[in-house]
Design a protein. Structure first.
Length: 122
């Protein structure tokens, strides 16, 4: 699905997504990633929600977003609550949804100027 949003070029916007790929700006990624308006972390380790570990959230904690959107893949899946403990302790808002919904929601929140991060599992 192609997404269209007009924001300044220096802001990371998700332009399109499809199974196994996400286009941020003009670059297509084929591995899980973390994206904020100002940062992009390529090759985020988890390849599925079952593969998610507490240490996978360390780069997100360093970014200190208000809200974290976790894209769980093609279907919405929830990890064990214990895996999310560091996010709860840091008082980071959390939404878990399928990756397509996370991409769309991320763009809306970035356009509103919110401090949002999207951790997208491919």
């Amino acid at each position: 699905m192609k997404l269209s949003l007009d924001l300044p070029a220096r802001i990371h916007v998700i332009r399109a997504y499809a199974p196994g790929e996400i286009r941020v700006g003009d670059v297509v990624y084929h591995a899980s990633l973390i994206v904020t308006a100002a940062s992009l972390i390529e090759d985020w380790r988890p390849t599925s929600m079952a593969d998610l570990q507490p240490a996978d959230f360390e780069p997100i904690l360093a970014l200190r977003p208000e809200v974290l959107l976790v894209g769980s893949g093609a279907r919405q899946q929830f990890p064990d609550r214990a895996i999310l403990a560091s996010l709860y302790a840091a008082r980071i808002g959390l939404e878990i949804m399928d990756t397509g919904a996370a991409c769309r929601t991320y763009n809306v929140l970035v356009a509103e100027g919110r401090e949002v991060a999207a951790a997208l599992i491919l």
